[in-house]
Design a protein around this ligand. Structure first.
Ligand code: AMP
Ligand code: GLY
Length: 420
């Protein structure tokens, strides 16, 4: 098969790596890709958020299946355009991608499906929103309704802080994303990520992971896109995962189908777990980044069979063969991230790293320059490793970090601390 993957991060490098292990893959193209991806696949350059451009490229290159990595092309309807043109696609329609693109939409689906989640109010007016926050009291969570690049969530410790956040959002601090605001009960507990493939009807869990969102050790400092992850997440036990499937995932997916917008692709459920009870924090309509990297290392070649079965609506006959193993990924970021940082700094030592089924340095923000590798983003590399235990995976992942020569980068040294 000729396969096209859309995206340029560590997530897409991991998806490309797993796809290439599978004998079904004859040719792999990634658009736009990065320097790490370019070493294993062909990279192409066109606007991946433009459905017309993606269809044209897919026609010209006789593509059999398109795997969409990030949310932006999904929200822009790229999967719809591809399906209309007769291509097989792994990724939801724009209508179904509203599960990530609109927080109030997701809350309404949860209500209709009676899925456990935080109590909430949905507002288009600042005064009503402030009255609700004041009546509920703090701590309370204020969210811009739309896509805000992970920045539209404020956990307010006081009512004053909540009201200031509401004013900011309606004042345009998050652009169109803040024209509507959702105010939620603050949930306590431990968070974990749950990944499920859905083909419109069948829901197949494919793994759990835990991310580290804060930039600093001990989960301190500013929020980031994620500084490291491991899989499986011990807090999401089989019993809790089953409860989440029965109470949250299957009912909400059935509600989507009932409304004529069946979900197809990977569903990433952020869950809050307290006293054995999972509640939904949020849905994302794509793999997590860096969670995807640990899932792909653990799944290997079968990841492609599962995505292919999902795209063809055959998940009822698919099966996940889990090894009893653990994986960890440590994000190397440019010094200064998530604030301002330098671009174009040189990274050395990558050529001599072990890269096999146990160890992979996935690239996130890199480019080739004058025969070397330079950093082009905030999150730059993902040192990813597998082991019989989490300790073993961690030792390998940090060995990859330590063998990398990048004076302008940093990482957290405590990835996995909760589980260890
Ligand atoms: P979201 O973009 O909705 O995932 O929110 C980002 C992060 O904010 C989540 O990963 C949680 O850590 C936190 N968060 C969001 N909503 C709540 C809530 N209702 N209660 C507690 N924490 C929350
Ligand atoms: N790692 C968090 C996310 O992908 O949204």
């Amino acid at each position: 098969m000729n396969i096209l993957i859309l995206g340029s991060g560590g997530r897409e490098h991991a998806l490309a790596w797993a796809t290439l292990q599978n004998p079904k893959c004859d040719k792999l193209i990634v658009a736009p890709g990065n320097a790490g991806i370019a070493k294993i696949a062909e990279c192409a350059s066109f606007d991946i958020n433009d459905g017309g451009a993606v269809c044209e490229f897919a026609h010209e290159n006789a593509v059999d299946l398109v795997i969409v990595g990030p949310e932006a092309p999904l929200a822009a309807g790229v999967a719809d355009r591809l399906r209309e043109a007769g291509f097989l696609v792994f990724g939801p329609s724009a209508a179904a991608a509203k599960l990530e693109a609109s927080k109030s939409f997701t809350k309404e689906i949860c209500d209709a499906a009676q899925a456990p989640t935080a109590a909430y109010g949905h507002f288009t007016d600042a005064d009503q929103a402030k009255a609700y926050a004041t009546a509920q009291g703090a701590p309370i969570v204020v969210k811009a309704d739309g896509l805000a690049a992970g920045k539209g969530v404020i956990i307010a410790q006081t009512v004053e802080e909540a009201c200031a956040a509401i004013d900011d959002m309606f004042g345009g601090a998050f652009g169109g994303a803040g024209a509507e605001v959702v105010i939620e009960e603050f949930m306590t507990g431990e968070e974990a990520s749950f990944f499920i493939l859905v083909d419109g009807e069948t829901c197949l869990p494919i793994g759990t992971a835990q991310d580290h969102k804060r930039v600093g050790e001990g989960d301190t400092g500013l929020n980031t896109g994620g500084m490291g992850a491991y899989s499986p997440a011990p807090v999401l036990t089989d019993a809790i995962a089953q409860k989440a499937m029965e109470e949250i995932i299957r009912p909400t997916m059935a509600e989507m189908a009932k409304r004529g917008m069946p979900y197809q692709g990977v569903l990433y459920a952020g869950l809050m777990i307290e006293n054995g009870q999972p509640r939904l924090v949020e849905y994302n309509v794509r793999f997590g980044d860096p969670e995807c990297q640990v899932l792909m290392l653990r799944l290997g070649a079968q990841a492609f069979d599962l995505m292919h079965a999902c795209a063809e609506g055959r998940l009822d006959e698919a099966q996940v063969n889990w090894a009893d193993d653990h994986a960890m990924t440590v994000v190397l970021a440019a010094k200064g991230y998530p604030g301002s940082y330098e671009k174009g700094t040189v990274i050395k030592g990558l050529d001599s790293l072990p890269e096999d089924s146990m160890n992979m340095m996935f690239h996130a923000g890199t480019a080739e320059k004058d025969g070397g590798i330079v950093a082009t983003g905030g999150r730059v590399l993902n040192a990813t490793a597998r082991g019989a235990t989490l300790q073993e995976a961690r030792a390998r992942a940090y060995a990859l970090v330590d063998a990398t020569d990048w004076p302008d980068g940093f990482c957290r040294r405590d990835i996995g601390w909760r589980a260890l």
